[in-house]
Design a protein around this ligand. Structure first.
Ligand SMILES: Cc1cc2nc3c(=O)[nH]c(=O)nc-3n(C[C@H](O)[C@H](O)[C@H](O)COP(=O)(O)OP(=O)(O)OC[C@H]3O[C@@H](n4cnc5c(N)ncnc54)[C@H](O)[C@@H]3O)c2cc1C
Length: 380
């Protein structure tokens, strides 16, 4: 057992930390207010290799491991969780999905641009009536010989307005239930494919979230991913890795809020001393640090499982369940330590508290993680 990071990991972490401090921190409050995230910043993340962290360099990626991925995710999330969710979706859901299950032609055509940050991707599973219960897909893809015709609605899609490539999950044969589901690559601008208005959200407001409409959208057969009927398995396998990214995002939000709270507690005075000298505050800091370290262990273990080629369905679910709980609880504590200043935007922790909530909802709610974990536990 070795808990230390390699020199390369430390270099990667420091590069992400430096980028977050110099490029993401300026304007993060304004971006949250305006619900925007400039394309130039996405391009800069692409130039640093953050958009295709684990992708093979022959497809334009950085060829790094999952430990590097979570280190980068944590550092970006400490400052701006809106930036990190774009990175997470593009890496774990879109690039991973295409690299692992796509054809060579699909990789050449789409993955190389996605991994290098030249284009950006979205993962479209959720629907107004099919969230946790993803088998209840209403979106259909009818086989017309050399192409499919897609009809339906997808909602809550991250990167929904700014993507070039959309991986869309749809029902091709309702009688076959989850075995009648397929995944397709849909390009922006395909006739009949419309992007709805941006959602006005509680948190991760810089990240754009949209409803998408598909009205008789023709998709060539070569854009189906995997064998006929592979779509549900594709979504579940991909989301399992996605949860490692979101767990690392939650860890980063918690760690970012903790660092601010610690600093504040050493500066702010009450009753003649810095507030960290009051045991009530010192014990909060002790609990925060311990909880965050415990979350970090679970996140690292899930990433390590992925790197070792182990099954990571359970470890990623546990990491996401726990890290998201820690993020929610510890950002509330960070606001408390800031007192009144915690309640205003200038001090960042109120944004972090708002951002933390989504980590308990997307890529499978906490209740769904418990279903995954309990099934694994009972199966043994
Ligand atoms: C900001 C944001 C970004 C998102 N990005 C994407 C994206 O890029 N792509 C995408 O496809 N989706 C995305 N989603 C959708 C997200 O994954 C879903 O919201 C989530 O899976 C929950 O689905 P739902 O909202 O339909 O809630 P529901 O499934 O209706 O759940 C409502 C409540 O019931 C609980 N529940 C449901 N079933 C069970 C059960 N069997 N046992 C116990 N409790 C249960 C849930 O845990 C939850 O508390 C995003 C959502 C948001 C808010």
């Amino acid at each position: 057992m070795d808990f230390s990071l390699t020199e390369e990991h430390i270099m990667i972490r420091d590069a992400a930390r430096d980028f977050a401090q110099t490029e993401l921190l300026p304007g993060v409050i304004e971006r949250d207010n305006a619900q925007t995230f400039p394309d130039e910043l996405v391009k800069k993340m692409g130039a640093l290799g953050f958009m295709g962290i684990m992708v093979d360099p022959k497809y334009g990626g950085s060829g790094m491991d999952a430990i590097s991925y979570v280190l980068i995710m944590e550092e970006l999330s400490k400052i701006d969780a809106s930036a990190s969710v774009m990175v997470s979706v593009n890496n774990s859901l879109v690039c991973y999905g295409l690299e692992t299950y796509g054809t060579e032609e699909q990789k050449q055509k789409y993955l190389t641009k996605l991994a290098s940050g030249e284009s950006i991707g979205a993962f479209c599973l959720s629907e107004p009536e099919a969230g946790s219960d993803a088998t209840s897909q209403k979106t259909t893809a009818i086989d017309k010989g050399d192409h499919y015709v897609i009809n339906g609605t997808k909602n809550w899609i991250t990167n929904g307005g700014r993507s070039d490539v959309y991986l869309v999950i749809a029902q091709t044969d309702r009688d076959k239930a989850h075995k009648g589901i397929n995944a397709f690559i849909v390009e922006k601008g395909t006739p009949g494919f419309d992007i709805g208005p941006k959602e006005d959200k509680l948190g991760i407001r810089g990240s754009d979230t949209h409803t998408l409409q598909f009205n008789d959208v023709k998709v060539p057969k070569e854009n189906r991913i995997g064998e006929d009927g592979f779509g549900f398995k594709f979504a579940m396998k991909t989301l399992s890795g996605g949860r490692i990214g979101i767990a690392a995002q939650a860890l980063g939000i918690a760690a970012g809020a903790y660092e601010l709270a610690l600093k504040y507690s050493k500066e702010r005075k009450a009753f003649g001393t810095e507030i960290c000298n009051h045991q009530a505050i010192a014990f909060k800091l002790a609990d925060m640090y311990t909880e965050i370290e415990a979350a970090r262990m679970l996140v690292m273990k899930a990433a390590w499982d992925k790197d070792q080629g182990n099954n990571y369905d359970m470890s990623s679910a546990m990491a996401k369940l726990y890290a998201s709980k820690v993020a929610m609880e510890q950002t509330v504590e960070a606001v408390q330590i800031h007192g009144g200043n915690g309640f205003v935007k200038e001090y960042h922790v109120e944004r972090m508290m708002r951002d933390a909530k989504i980590t308990q909802i997307y890529e499978g709610t906490s209740e769904i993680q418990k279903i995954v974990i309990s099934r694994g536990v009972i199966k043994g």
